[in-house]
Design a protein around this ligand. Structure first.
Ligand SMILES: *[C@@H]1O[C@H](CO)[C@@H](O)[C@H](O)[C@H]1NC(C)=O
Ligand SMILES: *[C@@H]1O[C@H](CO)[C@@H](O)[C@H](O)[C@H]1NC(C)=O
Ligand SMILES: *[C@@H]1O[C@H](CO)[C@@H](O)[C@H](O)[C@H]1NC(C)=O
Ligand SMILES: *[C@@H]1O[C@H](CO)[C@@H](O)[C@H](O)[C@H]1NC(C)=O
Ligand SMILES: *[C@@H]1O[C@H](CO)[C@@H](O)[C@H](O)[C@H]1NC(C)=O
Ligand SMILES: *[C@@H]1O[C@H](CO)[C@@H](O)[C@H](O)[C@H]1NC(C)=O
Ligand SMILES: *[C@@H]1O[C@H](CO)[C@@H](O)[C@H](O)[C@H]1NC(C)=O
Length: 889
């Protein structure tokens, strides 16, 4: 049979590929007319009528036309609440060419409608929409006319819609009914298929957007039109062969016979199929067996190898005419989620194997990069994802309360080697399961899986964010008698619908029902485990703001940490454009307004005060900016401690727990200028945490910690090869920039993908051996080196006491000289004393320092600054501020 197919393929080649360029001139040319661009927008009583950009949303249009100021300014999230309570209509007039009108079939395509709308063309209603995450293809040929055509999209307030749906669902409540007051948000977001955080979140404002958030166009054709092409590489390990499952959705004007040729020329693989294209929109699937002799180059996560791809060519012929001709990238990699018994530990492992190799996931969680998705430009995405890669991350979780990201996001992740944990868009709530709700979700899931499954970056699908935990640990005070109803709804949505669709459509990657979950154990317990946070199984989300974050014993030694974190404030330069002078104190109305997490501002200070003196300057502005700084120091140090704990736990089982294989802190990015758990501020500026992440996610990392009085240094390696390393521990006095003494451990083997203790000594002995040192007067730095004395990985530090108790810690009086070199700007620093958490800030000059937030234990240090817009030595020198721990009190 195989032979037969191959022969047939060659015959076709001769027939039709003899002169492809000649043939292509006969190809049908579908006509496309973009309807994106300027539309008109008006509100329900007609008091407002304005031009509006499509793709776009009502808020963006109102701002762009000067009807409202920046919605992010001060309290505008509340002042402009009325926008989402009104109904809005988008209209456009367009003419179509005769050529287009004469085509057999004309589709009106909406790539994304936000959200509840009635769409009419020349006065005839052609669709009603209810789901932001679906694409709508409407057949409209017979409605088009000569001259002007009018397209109208009437949007219903999403807030009103959600509340109406809640009323219609009268038999039982579907919690949470409303967000906590501190979020100043809207209610019942779980009743509408829309970005869940758009009704407010604990890090974001309530801006329930409305609009056409993606492109609109007409597609006209005579024979057929390719709607979507996806390819799924599958590896058969028993015969060591790759095959590519190719699926396309084709809309055909009439039923026709044809042939389809699929090939990857680079690996000399080609196959041809005879196909009957049925009239209408249908799905077709084909298999391409990749030539067994070709040495395929595999796609690897960042830090583990390159991200090569091949060109997949698909051509369709009918009666000698080329009717389909498309090319796409195809990447080869395998992913397995391993959940199996571990010796010496109850429970199951939970880790990812990429191309057969266990990979520790290092990274963070992704939230929507803007309340108004039309303002998430390619530059914004590129900058954030490059920041992730530059911080040595290899994974991001696209969190379930946001949006399925735009294509470019996943293209960039493919290119950069960022593994994506992709949630379905359900978060922190119960959901209704009426028929129409399930139907629209099913279509959403089918479309999104189809759209995204060709991306190698996506390594797992996950049904929802925290909804198993919400049920299991009863977040919503559901009476025991009613629990079965909610369990039934839960199973209906995630297990019987989403899971089954995903498993049918995508056999190339694992599916989890929720996060956190116990995975296989949750399934065993009927999909809702008694304790989804069990560290012996699956992934864990863990937050504590009260416990001392410097004490690693407070962290669960989980198999996989998919969420954990601490809040901090963004820098002053990020807050300044959205605030005024009276807002600039830690107890201002503005400061509490922007904090959407109950008690958050106080928690940050309490956590910081455990180890640092809080700012007490008599200058109110300095005191405010110093406080912003201290929250960032606290956050950076807390997340560092926790992440290092996870990385060093990867090779150990202690008290039955360990083999941690993932650390994704909450959260990478921000949606606006406000306090949050992010490591990157709105606008792209790195917080101190992101600079720390660059170190704590390094491929080779020394981790220092104490257990009882013993100091350990672990060598953690994500490399593929083995190393021989020793730790060099240097003791400094807080009073002196010259080291007190240095201790070195013997060389020890450090296998690739392991964490090994390379240094162990009691602190008492270490300090005694070093002379004039006590816990209060000295601190430690350490690094790893190989047999030739070359440093491997960054250097690290360990404090023997809280800096607020450190004896002899002085004001370092750091001076700086900005210079311009061929390669860019440099800042030469000179310090008079040991300086912890040295922070360089050039205000609103956008860019990035090569190192920041560091411990300065040398007199001199030079840091580079990469500016993202033209600037000068003079401007930088003027803007530069330097803060270290002792400068704030
Ligand atoms: C029309 O609607 C706007 C926005 O909701 C409202 O401010 C205005 O008062 C309304 N005008 C009239 C005449 O009802
Ligand atoms: C928006 O439309 C809904 C449904 O037609 C209606 O109930 C509501 O009153 C409208 N809102 C405004 C402000 O006109
Ligand atoms: C893998 O290859 C073997 C040997 O050719 C075959 O028997 C088996 O069915 C294949 N498995 C899959 C999933 O295609
Ligand atoms: C198409 O998909 C079906 C169902 O998954 C499968 O049985 C069939 O073999 C596929 N056809 C080709 C040509 O791959
Ligand atoms: C920094 O400057 C202050 C004020 O001039 C001085 O008292 C202090 O000793 C200086 N610090 C160091 C480490 O020299
Ligand atoms: C350190 O910096 C100071 C002040 O900029 C300079 O005078 C000195 O030469 C530098 N020392 C070294 C070793 O570079
Ligand atoms: C600020 O606190 C420090 C450390 O507790 C103290 O030495 C200093 O006098 C205080 N300054 C003011 C202005 O209160």
């Amino acid at each position: 049979m195989e032979q037969c197919v191959k022969y047939f393929c060659c015959a076709l080649l001769w027939l039709f590929f003899g002169d492809v360029s000649g043939l292509s001139s006969l190809t049908e040319q579908p006509v496309e007319l973009s309807l994106s661009g300027k539309w008109r927008l008006s509100n329900s009583n007609g008091s407002l009528s304005l031009p509006a950009e499509v793709p776009g949303c009502v808020h963006s249009a109102l701002q762009q036309q000067g009807h409202i100021p920046n919605p992010y300014f001060r309290f505008n999230d509340v002042s402009y609440r009325w926008i989402a309570l009104d109904n809005w209509t988008y209209t456009t007039m367009f003419t179509v060419s005769t050529q287009l009108r004469l085509k057999q079939k004309v589709l009106l395509v909406f790539d994304g409608v936000d959200t509840v709308a009635s769409i009419s063309l020349n006065g005839v209603i052609v669709a009603k929409t209810d789901n932001m995450f679906r694409r709508y293809d409407l057949s409209v040929r017979d409605l088009l006319k000569d001259g002007d055509n009018m397209l109208e999209v009437s949007l219903l307030s999403p807030v009103i819609f959600a509340s109406e749906r809640r009323k219609a669902h009268s038999s039982y409540r579907v919690p949470p009914e409303c967000p906590p007051d501190v979020q100043k948000g809207e209610c019942h977001v779980n009743f509408i298929r829309k970005e869940q955080s758009s009704f407010s979140w604990d890090w974001g404002p309530s801006f329930p957007t409305m609009g056409l958030w993606k492109g609109v166009r007409l597609e006209a054709f005579d024979v057929l039109q390719l709607v979507q092409l996806s390819s799924l590489p599958l590896y058969n390990s028993s015969c060591s062969q790759w095959r590519l499952e190719i699926e396309f959705i084709v809309d055909a004007a009439q039923t026709k016979y044809g042939q389809v040729t699929i090939s990857i020329p680079e690996v000399d693989s080609k196959q041809t199929y005879k196909t009957q294209f049925l009239q209408g929109k249908k799905k077709y699937n084909f298999t391409l067996h990749v030539n067994k002799n070709s040495q395929l180059k595999l796609w690897w996560p960042n830090g583990h190898g390159d991200q090569p791809f091949y060109h997949l060519t698909v051509r369709g012929f009918q009666d000698g005419f080329l009717i389909l001709n498309t090319e796409s990238k195809v990447f080869f990699r395998t992913v397995e989620l391993i959940q199996e018994p571990i010796i010496g530990s109850p429970g199951l492992s939970f880790y990812f194997r990429i191309n057969g190799k266990p990979v520790f996931l290092k990274g963070s969680n992704w939230i929507p990069a803007h309340s108004f998705q039309d303002q998430v430009t390619p530059d914004v995405l590129r900058n954030l994802l490059q920041s992730a890669v530059d911080a040595n991350m290899n994974a991001l979780r696209v969190w379930g309360g946001g949006v399925y990201e735009q294509d470019l996001f996943y293209d960039l992740c493919d290119e950069m080697g960022i593994m994506v944990w992709q949630d379905f868009m359900f978060a922190c709530a119960m959901y209704p399961t009426e028929d129409d709700f399930i139907q629209t979700v099913r279509e959403e899931v089918i479309q999104q899986v189809q759209r995204l499954k060709s991306h190698p970056s996506i390594i797992i699908w996950s049904g929802n964010n925290e909804n198993e935990a919400a049920l299991a640990t009863d977040w919503f005070n559901i009476p025991a008698s009613q629990r079965p109803t909610y369990i039934k709804d839960y199973l209906e949505l995630y297990v019987n619908n989403i899971r089954l669709i995903v498993q049918e459509k995508d056999k190339s990657r694992p599916f989890l029902v929720s996060s956190p979950t116990n995975g296989a154990e949750s399934e065993h317990e009927g999909w809702v485990a008694a304790n989804p946070y069990d560290p012996h199984y699956g992934d864990v989300h863990f937050y504590s703001y009260v416990l001392d974050c410097w004490d690693w014993k407070t962290f669960p030694r989980t198999r996989f940490a998919s969420e954990y974190g601490f809040q901090s404030w963004p820098s002053f330069s990020t807050l300044q454009p959205v605030s005024i002078k009276e807002d600039w104190s830690y107890d201002s109305h503005f400061t509490s307004h922007r904090q959407h997490h109950e008690g958050g501002n106080q928690q940050m200070l309490l956590q910081a005060a455990l180890h640092f003196n809080l700012p007490n300057s008599t200058d109110p502005l300095k005191r405010f900016t110093d406080t912003l700084y201290v929250t960032q120091v606290m956050q950076a140090q807390c997340v560092k401690t926790q992440t290092e704990f996870y990385r060093r736990s990867q090779s150990e089982i202690i008290d039955g727990k360990g083999h941690t294989m993932g650390a994704l802190y909450w959260q990478l990015n921000d949606i606006w200028q406000a306090p949050s758990w992010s490591s990157i501020e709105f606008g792209g500026k790195w917080k101190m945490l992101h600079n720390f992440a660059q170190n704590f996610f390094a491929s080779v990392l020394p981790v220092g910690f104490e257990e009882d009085d013993t100091l350990f240094v672990y060598a953690v390696s994500d490399l593929s090869h083995d190393l021989k390393l020793r730790a060099a521990v240097t003791v400094y006095s807080w009073t002196d920039l010259d080291p007190v003494c240095t201790l070195t451990s013997p060389l020890l083997p450090v296998p690739g993908g392991a964490a090994v203790a390379v240094f162990k000594q009691t602190v008492t002995a270490l300090l005694a051996g070093c002379g004039r040192c006590t816990r209060l007067s000295c601190l430690l730095t350490f690094h790893l080196e190989d047999s030739s004395g070359d440093r491997q990985g960054p250097s690290n530090h360990h404090f023997l006491c809280s800096p607020k108790h450190a004896q002899g810690l002085q004001k370092p009086n750091i001076t700086a000289k900005v210079q311009e070199e061929k390669t860019g700007f440099t800042v030469a620093l000179h310090s008079a004393a040991v300086a912890p958490f040295v922070w360089l800030d050039v205000g609103n000059i956008p860019g990035r320092f090569s190192s920041n937030g560091f411990l300065m234990v040398s007199r001199n240090k030079t840091v580079d600054f990469a500016a993202w817009r033209p600037t000068s030595v003079a401007e930088l020198s003027r803007s530069l501020t330097i803060t270290s721990l002792t400068d704030v009190y």
